[in-house]
Design a protein around this ligand. Structure first.
Ligand code: GUN
Length: 284
């Protein structure tokens, strides 16, 4: 059994990215990420500060636009549109969740797919569905694909079972694995007898948010397991997979923490790099 080390892969990708960014900047390509945060949610503040740090580390210019808790929809949309119309800004991200009085869907709709470095927009999800190569992918599933690639885990013809169908992780992950020629089964809260599906998985992805939903008896020998769950219980973080049990059968498995988690911000930096490069291509 091999542990998939997300921290190590993340570090490697950031180093590669840093070199690519330097090279592109020497040709005059600009990279700038605008992160818009509304209110004072402590978890969001930590995420946003880690995003800014990550940008700094790889040489991407970043700005954090901090807006007060009682920002109006109009003010938020104005702030987004200013960045949409600013050619020096190549990536825009609105940190979620927004305060309840704001309509996140209509705000996010203002971000054009080419600046949507979260990969959440209709345009990017459409491009992913159509297998277009200029799509920006949702960062957590994209990170999981990079982990599989980094460990040279074969995907074509494999049966991938994705548990969870969120728009941000499960659904795009199913599509990305389909793009990699897996046979994909997507399971969710209404799937009866989950184990009947998970037992047949060559690749098992779990993104549900339920501590230790997947146990040893639910997987087959040699399974590759990617766990995107982050469940905080009594101050400790647990995955959706019971690591101790499942790792006895798995050929590769991500720990929680230290597996999928460290990849998310790294793929945001990667998307911001891609957005800058795509922008350069469009200008030529
Ligand atoms: N809040 C928690 N994770 C994320 C993310 O990946 N993107 C955005 N925009 N907000 C988040």
């Amino acid at each position: 059994m091999q542990i998939i080390d997300g921290k190590l892969v993340s570090k490697t990708i950031r180093e590669e990215l840093s070199n690519k960014i330097k090279e592109a900047q020497e040709r005059g390509v600009q990279f700038k990420l605008s992160v818009i945060i509304v209110g004072n949610d402590p978890a969001s503040e930590i995420y946003v500060s880690n995003k800014a740090k990550g940008c700094h580390e790889v040489g991407i210019l970043s700005e954090t636009v901090k807006m007060s808790e009682n920002t109006t929809q109009e003010e938020l949309e104005k702030a987004i549109l200013e960045r949409v119309n600013d050619n020096s800004v190549t990536g825009i991200l609105v940190q979620l969740p927004l305060p309840k009085h704001l309509d996140s869907q209509s705000a996010l709709k203002l971000i054009p797919p080419e600046k949507d470095v979260d990969g959440f927009s209709d345009g990017n999800v459409g491009k992913l569905t159509l297998f277009k190569n200029d799509a920006l992918f949702s960062c957590t599933p994209f990170g999981m694909i990079k982990l599989l690639e980094h460990y040279n885990i074969p995907l074509a013809g494999k049966h991938a079972v994705v548990v969870g169908r969120s728009n941000i992780v499960g659904k795009p992950m199913s599509l990305m694995l389909l793009n990699k020629d897996c046979t994909v089964t997507t399971c969710h809260s209404r799937t009866p007898n989950l184990a009947d599906f998970t037992k047949n998985a060559d690749i098992l992805v779990c993104a549900v948010g339920k501590k230790h939903l997947i146990t040893e008896d639910m997987v087959k020998d040699g399974v590759v397991v990617l766990d995107a769950g982050i469940n905080r219980v009594d101050g400790k973080i647990y995955g959706d997979v019971d690591f101790d049990g499942v790792s006895r059968k798995a050929s590769y498995i991500t720990p929680v923490p230290g597996g999928v988690g460290p990849m998310t911000i790294t793929m945001l930096l990667y998307n911001t790099y891609l957005a800058g490069i795509n922008n350069e291509t469009r200008r030529v």
